[in-house]
Design a protein around this ligand. Structure first.
Ligand code: ZN
Ligand code: ZN
Length: 568
């Protein structure tokens, strides 16, 4: 029913010239924003498996969407926590404070985990998995800004199998963040968000889907002979699942997860006997962890009516099984290829759902990654390409011994993590040693170690500013109150190996292009198909979304809106 006032307004609008009529239109926003972050997805994975992708996943995204083909991270270290925080805050660790997945808290004399929060309780899971929140992140996110802009009418929900991949993107004012707890095979949350899981989430968890995915062996999606983009299945640098003789297909998930498949377990329990425990965490390191994540996200979309409530909602969805698989098997493995082919099918499932419920033009989607990954060093060396590894513990111990030789006994090195040395500052004070001189000395020592190409001190980083190059990467990743005293950079192709001198699988964290170059693709609402080779930074995603939504960019944002995809 039209009111007298609205009829008068309509009449007034009709009398206006065309440009003014356009301006008088109500503010137009997408019904839903879906942020997709694929954990450890290198840029080249968009094309490496192109011929095997189906029509409805990555190929549809690139065919209908706009791709920044030259988008990079602009800081080190390139890890999951910093990556997710930087995408959603539009800035670097130097501002948002998420300098790693773990770091040393000097005042406490111990480390912290990126989303650790002992002031909150688990909801739906175990204490260890559930005491998490975004409180270490020091700026607002684009998801926070959407909530603020709509006076909290927009719903924001984060979903990822990893806690940090859900919590950091969802921001501080989220309605909910959900992550996976392998102890009970459930998606859980914390009292930071809610007192109890909603009914739909409890129902989902009761279906034991994680266990059901593990009831079948992991076989390749296509006949294994077709995986010509990858090294033969049994490569010496691939790591096995625990309990597996060789890293080869089929991976016997029912046996590897221990105990009995779900049906047999239910039969046994029906007779009153207790079935042996099952390792439901195993699903993380299989492509089915992504499928499970999507199952849960689709249920969240449906039950929470995201995009169907008359205001713009935001689903922050991250797929992290790609990272677990990548770490275990490496870039060139059939397992990694198969995980992307299956993720492609899962993306098709998501896009089809969005088509049906809202329509592509009502949903704004972006897809990116929190970092890439290096090739396994042994694989590169087998092709005569320079690469290598350092042992983080060996580096730390060698430095400690060198300092004892020079300055006498004492625990000089408190910690070595994120390619940073934390010195024992109280000990230096006690021995009346100047911190800055000592940092310089440590940097000189570190430069002697194989694979170390740069070593720079915290003092240097605080006093200088770099607009480009390696030192800019270090400066952007440096947060004085949380970072170490000396930061090192490894040679290209080199990485840290915790089983040093053995190299199994691979990792990331460096400023190498394999770690910094990731996909940035927009699709859906307002997006014209296209490609750009213009330099883009990962921190540009959030301000681009802010322009599209006509809301404030996050409060610490240092990125710039991407003009080509916006078209204005
Ligand atoms: Zn990651
Ligand atoms: Zn990783």
């Amino acid at each position: 029913m039209k009111t007298r006032l609205s009829l008068l307004l309509a009449a007034a609008t009709l009398a206006l010239p065309a440009a003014a009529q356009k301006a008088a239109k109500p503010l137009n926003r997408p019904k839903l924003v879906v942020g997709i972050v694929v954990d450890q997805m290198r840029y080249d994975y968009l094309y490496r498996y192109w011929n095997k992708y189906g029509p409805g996943g990555f190929r549809r995204l690139l065919g209908e969407g706009f791709s920044y083909e030259n988008a990079h991270y602009n800081y080190v270290p390139t890890y999951t926590g910093p990556g997710h925080a930087s995408i959603y805050t539009g800035t670097t660790p130097s501002v948002h404070g998420i300098i790693g997945n773990n770091w040393l808290v000097r005042e406490a004399g111990k480390g912290t985990y990126v989303t650790e929060d002992n002031t909150v309780q688990a909801v739906g899971g175990t204490a260890a998995a559930g005491q998490q929140s975004p409180r270490h992140m020091l700026t607002s996110t684009i998801t926070d800004e959407l909530r603020l802009a709509t006076n909290f009418q927009s719903k924001v929900i984060g979903v990822c199998i990893k806690d940090r991949g859900s919590i950091l993107p969802a921001g501080h004012s989220a309605n909910a963040a959900y992550w996976y707890d392998g102890a009970n095979g459930a998606f859980i949350s914390s009292t930071f968000y809610m007192a109890a899981l909603p009914e739909w989430a409890r129902k989902f968890n009761a279906e034991n889907r994680a266990a059901r995915y593990l009831d079948k062996p992991w076989e390749t999606l296509l006949p294994i002979s077709q995986y010509t983009e990858s090294t033969a299945d049994d490569a010496p640098w691939e790591a096995t699942f625990k309990g597996e003789a060789k890293p080869v297909f089929p991976h016997d998930l029912p046996a590897l997860s221990g105990g009995l498949p779900t049906a047999a377990r239910q039969n046994l329990e029906a007779t009153g006997e207790k079935a042996p425990a099952r390792n439901l965490d195993l699903i993380r390191s299989t492509p089915f962890g992504n499928s499970l994540t999507l199952d849960f996200a689709l249920e969240a979309l449906r039950a929470e009516q995201l995009g169907q409530r008359g205001t713009t909602d935001f689903l922050a969805l991250s797929f992290s099984s790609t990272d677990y698989v990548g770490h275990q098997f490496g870039v060139n493995a059939i397992e990694t290829e198969d995980t992307y082919l299956r993720l492609d099918r899962d993306l098709e499932r998501l896009f089809t759902y969005l088509d049906k419920t809202l329509g592509r033009r009502q949903v704004l989607v972006f897809l990116s990654a929190d970092h890439g990954a290096a090739h396994s060093p042994d694989f590169l060396r087998s092709q005569r390409i320079p690469a290598g590894s350092v042992g983080p513990r060996l580096l730390r111990d060698s430095l400690q011994q060198a300092l004892v030789r020079r300055h006498g006994p004492g625990p000089w090195v408190l910690s070595y993590e994120n390619q940073q040395v934390y010195l024992n500052r109280p000990l230096l004070q006690q021995k009346k040693l100047d911190l800055r001189t000592f940092q310089d000395e440590v940097a000189d020592i570190m430069l002697n170690y194989a694979g170390v190409t740069r070593a720079i001190t915290a003092d240097d980083l605080q006093k200088s500013h770099w607009e480009s190059g390696m030192l800019m990467y270090l400066e952007n990743g440096y947060f004085p109150k949380r970072s170490g005293d000396v930061l090192i950079v490894l040679e290209p192709g080199w990485l840290e190996s915790y089983q040093y001198p053995v190299n199994k699988g691979t990792t990331h964290g460096s400023a190498g292009n394999y770690d910094t170059h990731v996909p940035v693709v927009f699709w859906g609402w307002g997006v014209k198909a296209g490609k750009s080779s213009a330099p883009a930074k990962i921190t540009d995603i959030a301000p681009t979304l802010a322009r599209w939504l006509h809301i404030q960019e996050p409060d610490g944002c240092t990125g710039q809106p991407l003009a080509e995809v916006l078209g204005w």
